[in-house]
Design a protein around this ligand. Structure first.
Ligand SMILES: Cc1cc(CN)n(C)n1
Length: 328
């Protein structure tokens, strides 16, 4: 079979939310190809943490089973995190169904999750080796579903300030231009990781990022790249400054931003639209804007939603590859 759900951007495209039916209860959740835990807001949490959220209630599910003695603890690259206990239940994502999916029930969540009342948990879609459940590591929804899917793939069709889609088990070729370019994925890290050693600012010459690697991470808002890329890119933007107070590069909001092309697997240059690299104003007047491309101090670059808004992406666990093409 296959399953398709909407991916609705929060204000400012900070994250994208999709409906997941768990034990008959519908939860809007953040699909994250950069982690491997499925955890939910639930009625065990302190009332102050539950406030404003949709909270999963195990008592209202006839199919939930506790995994006695199992716990999870997860922390993300942005410093957020969650921890709690674990059970199993039936999960239905747009028709793709897993009957015994590990459901991680948070008993503690960090402040940024509490404040984001539209999001009620994460669906991890990276490789199961990164799952944090102990004593027995659990599988992701995609891992559990893939043998029953028509194809062992899922796709991300994320759109700037518009409703897009995640699809499991099928590739909708009406959603991208031309054909997908495929790159090999190195699964050793547990991420959807590929080689990314070249980049190009606007129509300039291609430049190298020695040993460059990147992961495709729908759960990260921005694009976090090698400092050489950041310097080369913003050297083309008048008034761009590295602003420690706001934590990254800013520029005048009326800047004409060049496209940024990044190499995917050595045979495809993914073009990220310059307009999408103007992420958000940092001041009330809306004169100074924060860049959607920022530096990361590791050689594992993180291509987040800023890239997904320009590229349709297919994640293929049949041959561990990633496919990209510009959105249609
Ligand atoms: C909650 C969350 C997820 C991710 C990306 N994997 N980040 C950076 N934060």
């Amino acid at each position: 079979g296959s399953g398709k759900v909407t991916a609705t951007p929060e204000q400012g495209d900070v994250e994208f939310l999709s409906p997941v039916i768990i034990g008959g209860q519908t939860m809007n959740m953040d699909f994250d190809s950069g982690s491997s835990d499925l955890w939910v807001f639930n009625t065990q949490l302190a009332a102050a943490s539950q406030a404003g959220h949709t909270n999963f209630d195990v008592a209202k599910s006839t199919t939930f089973k506790m995994l006695t003695g199992s716990t999870f603890t997860i922390s993300y690259g942005d410093g957020s995190g969650a921890a709690g206990n674990v059970g199993t239940d039936t999960v239905n994502i747009g028709g793709a169904t897993v009957t015994s999916q590990a459901i991680e029930l948070a008993t503690a969540v960090s402040a940024s999750f509490v404040q984001d009342t539209q999001s009620n948990g994460l669906v991890g879609l990276a490789f199961s080796k990164l799952n944090t459940v102990k004593p027995a590591q659990q599988k992701t929804f995609f891992d559990n579903a893939k043998d029953t899917l028509a194809m062992p793939v899922f796709t991300a069709d994320l759109r700037k300030a518009a409703v897009g889609a995640y699809e499991f088990g099928a590739i909708d070729s009406t959603k991208f231009n031309g054909s997908l370019s495929w790159a090999a994925v190195n699964t050793t890290s547990g991420f959807w990781q590929f080689s990314s050693q070249k980049f190009q600012v606007g129509t300039g010459t291609a430049m190298n990022v020695a040993g460059g690697q990147a992961i495709a991470d729908t759960g990260t808002t921005l694009m976090l790249v090698n400092a050489a890329v950041v310097n080369a890119y913003y050297s083309q933007v008048t008034g761009a400054v590295n602003n420690q107070t706001v934590g990254g590069v800013t520029f005048p909001c009326n800047s004409q931003l060049p496209d940024l092309s990044v190499d995917v697997g050595g045979n495809y240059m993914a073009v990220v639209r310059g307009d999408d690299i103007n992420f958000a104003p940092v001041d009330q007047a809306g004169t100074t804007c924060f860049g959607g491309v920022q530096a990361i101090a590791s050689n594992l670059q993180i291509y987040g939603d800023i890239m997904f808004k320009s590229q349709f992406v297919a994640f293929n666990n049949g041959n561990n590859s990633i496919g990209m093409a510009p959105h249609q």
